[in-house]
Design a protein around this ligand. Structure first.
Ligand code: PLP
Length: 425
């Protein structure tokens, strides 16, 4: 395939004609495929079916030690056995863990709501005029949506291969109106980047002008390796402790992409002080979360090693799907020199940068031929990608054969949009 940037107008027109014909053939296939959200495929859900049988009525007789307590009100911060698994996973003491319902996003929303209404540890954020958040971009659209909901001004910061551009972050936090930052430190959504040792250390060392500054450390992909070795991420709380900044971070995680996205367990880790503040709100919010589900997870995984071993089953399903997409990108896009993409070692996404100014057009073309992508712009605050070039590709959901068709179509649309653009210029 030729380098599109080097073709004459005449050759570009001839190439566009060929691509158009292939595109029309796809359109006639009447595809109906979804590559938009990072949802586990049905094959991944079935590896967790045993979880549904992990507890039975026999576990709940009166002689039972763990007892009927789990069926009753109470145990606000979760059952000990489940806290222990998350404590081992996040490598913090059990007293610094709170286990809740199924969604960590829900917990992040609640935490930011608390900061807005009663403060992170002091004056409510909503009483402090226009406040701002640092949003490494491309990033997770639902983090941005929380900021939009509360009218928190978002400041995009570029993601690099080692995490957010820390020179930019360190400059921005001199503004006392900047109250926090979102981080997905491992296999970041969508770039797949794991923050380096230096990045974690610089984050922990930060001295923001706002004394009530908080980092949402969203460790959603903590054990979601696509390679046998996996990336290593430094423990943020150990790093914070070195600088006496223990209160600056609240860490979140969940089993949404370990067990079931709609019926997993979510948890947070925080300093003693933050745990107290969060509990002081939670006690008004609920009398206790679903402890039966927490216990079900404990019985199924047994301990953190069990959970980590279980992740191999996901890896075996996901690895080939990522390979298919990356192989097609290589075959269909590399030589044309019109796109770049990431090679993630974990997580759920491939970040695809198409030719500047064509991402929206690629989405539209895919949609018209029956493949739904995450909308262009979604990976940036306010849905605005200034270069109109980033697309978040989620290979997990479609079955392999459908994924292959969807990726072939996607590549064709990337080429068609680039050719149209080059002919316009
Ligand atoms: C970075 C990140 N955080 C959080 C979530 C959602 O987590 P949960 O299902 O626990 O709410 C996702 C889901 O895609 C995600 O990518």
């Amino acid at each position: 395939m030729p380098d599109y940037n080097k073709l004459s107008k005449e050759k570009l027109r001839a190439e566009l004609k060929r691509v158009d014909e292939a595109y029309d053939r796809f359109k006639q296939m009447g595809l109906k495929l979804d590559m938009s959200r990072g949802k586990p495929g049905t094959d991944q859900l079935s590896v967790s079916n045993g979880l549904l049988d992990a507890i039975t009525s026999r576990d709940w007789d009166d002689d039972n030690n763990h007892s009927l307590r789990y069926l009753n009100y109470g145990l606000l911060t979760g059952i000990d056995e489940c806290k222990e698994i998350f404590a081992d996973l996040l490598q913090v003491p059990q007293k610094n863990i709170i286990v809740c319902g199924n969604s960590s996003l829900n917990m992040m929303f609640d935490y930011i709501t608390q900061c807005m209404l009663t403060g992170s540890d002091g004056t409510p954020w909503s009483h402090q005029g226009e406040i701002k958040f640092i949003c490494p971009s491309p990033g997770y659209d639902r983090h941005f949506a929380i900021c939009e909901y509360y009218g928190i001004q978002m400041i995009p910061v570029d993601m690099t291969d080692t995490g957010p551009d820390m020179d930019a972050v360190e400059a921005i936090i001199r503004d006392p109106q900047v109250k926090g930052m979102f981080c997905v430190p491992k296999y970041s959504n969508p770039t797949g980047v794991t923050y380096s040792h230096e990045t974690v250390d610089r984050i922990a060392a930060m001295e923001p002008a706002a004394k009530d500054f908080r980092i949402i450390w969203d460790n959603a992909y903590i054990v979601h390796d696509l390679t046998s070795k996996g990336d290593r991420l430094d423990n943020i709380f150990d790093a914070l402790h070195r600088y006496g900044h223990d209160d600056m971070v609240i860490e979140f995680t969940s089993t949404s992409k370990i067990s079931f996205p709609g019926a997993g367990v979510a948890a947070l880790a925080a300093s003693d002080r933050n745990i107290e503040i969060i509990k002081s709100r939670m006690k008004y919010q609920t009398i206790g979360y679903d402890k039966l589900n927490q216990y079900r997870h404990v019985k199924f995984y047994k301990n953190v090693e069990g959970l980590k071993n279980f992740m191999r089953l996901h890896r075996n399903i996901l690895q080939p799907k990522f390979k298919i997409v990356l192989y097609e990108f290589e075959e269909e896009l590399r030589d044309c020199n019109i796109a770049q993409w990431t090679h993630p070692r974990g997580g759920y996404f491939i970040s695809l940068d198409v030719m500047r100014g064509t991402a929206k057009r690629v989405c539209q073309l895919c949609k018209e031929a029956g493949v739904t992508l995450t909308p262009a712009g979604a990976t940036y605050p306010y849905g605005y990608d200034p270069a109109d070039q980033n697309l978040r590709i989620a290979p997990s959901y479609p079955p392999v054969d459908e994924l292959l068709s969807a990726t072939k179509l996607l590549c064709l649309c990337v080429r068609k949009a680039a050719l149209e653009k080059l002919l316009e210029e």
